[in-house]
Design a protein around this ligand. Structure first.
Ligand SMILES: Nc1ncnc2c1ncn2[C@@H]1O[C@H](COP(=O)(O)OP(=O)(O)OP(=O)(O)O)[C@@H](O)[C@H]1O
Ligand SMILES: [Mg+2]
Length: 268
């Protein structure tokens, strides 16, 4: 089971979008997946078509980490109902719902004991190939809780000056965190989101990212997609949305997923 935190210390760059794109790809490729929505805003929960009242929320489960079993509180994503029947049979996409309650753990001075709460929970989980943790945009308690439980951090960045600077800070933070608290933790790579082919600034920043991140820069780059907000607004998996431009985006997520999950787990 691969446990992956989707992070960036900068807000609004596409962490939740990448989490959802990968979840859609995983669903389409037979990869059994659990999404843990650790962001108090709970955007991933909404996007994965799960109502916020369903299942015990992430904040409560963190509180009861020693007693609770994640498997008992994982809620099936509404996306399953949108799958063609032949894909639905063995498909698994569950969600640990997010809620404002998890914000009580989002302190900068979180105690090491609290930092292990998600790790305790995922240590007891079974039946999934992949666990995706959608993180809030900071290096406060919740992101540390996510990283302490993860094998890898997938960084999301936009091709802009502030995002590149933010990604460098995040990479340093991961190195320091893994040295101090989580020796198992590595960087999966940097996914670039919302790139525009017609932007000279984006082209320049992409070249800069290639130079800075070398083999950590993940390809393909995800493009700005005019349908994306509509897809999210409809709480739809990108792989089930019609149209060539969206199909290309779905393929990009498939290629990214292939780099993150062992080939034997992909059946699609
Ligand atoms: N490739 C894309 N094309 C078009 N719009 C996008 C794309 N990726 C993300 N967006 C839009 O950008 C906004 C921010 O994306 P998202 O919520 O995924 O970012 P985030 O990093 O999770 O934000 P936060 O830090 O608030 O959690 C959303 O409205 C989303 O629909
Ligand atoms: Mg988000």
């Amino acid at each position: 089971m691969q446990i992956l935190s989707v992070s960036s210390l900068k807000g609004g760059v596409g962490k939740t979008s990448v989490t959802m794109g990968l979840a859609s790809s995983a669903l389409n490729n037979g990869v059994k997946t659990l999404v843990i929505d650790l962001d108090p805003h709970a955007d991933a929960t909404t996007g994965l078509s799960v109502s916020r009242g369903a299942g015990r929320e992430a904040g409560l489960l963190l509180k009861e980490a020693r007693k609770a079993r994640l498997n008992d509180h994982a809620v099936p994503s509404g996306w399953l109902e949108l799958l063609p029947p032949e894909k639905r049979k063995n498909a698994r996409l569950d969600v640990i719902v997010g809620s404002a309650l998890s914000a009580t753990f989002d302190r900068p001075d979180i105690r090491p004991r609290d930092m292990k709460r998600l790790k305790t929970l995922v240590d007891g989980v079974s039946g999934y190939d992949l666990v995706l943790v959608d993180c809030p945009p900071s290096l406060s308690g919740l992101t540390r809780i996510a990283w302490a439980a993860s094998h890898q951090v997938l960084l999301v960045a936009e091709p802009s000056l502030f995002s590149v600077a933010g990604t460098e800070r995040t990479m340093r933070a991961i190195r320091m965190f893994s040295n101090e608290f989580a020796p198992q933790l590595t960087q999966a790579g940097v996914v670039v989101n919302r790139a525009r082919a017609d932007s000279a600034e984006h082209e320049y920043r992409l070249l800069e990212m290639e130079r800075l991140y070398a083999d950590k820069l993940m390809l393909p780059v995800l493009e700005e997609n005019p349908h994306w907000q509509q897809i999210q607004g409809a709480a739809y998996p990108v792989h089930q949305w019609p149209g060539d431009q969206v199909r290309d985006m779905a393929k990009s997520f498939d290629e990214l997923l292939r780099q993150l999950v062992p080939a034997k787990k992909l059946s699609g």
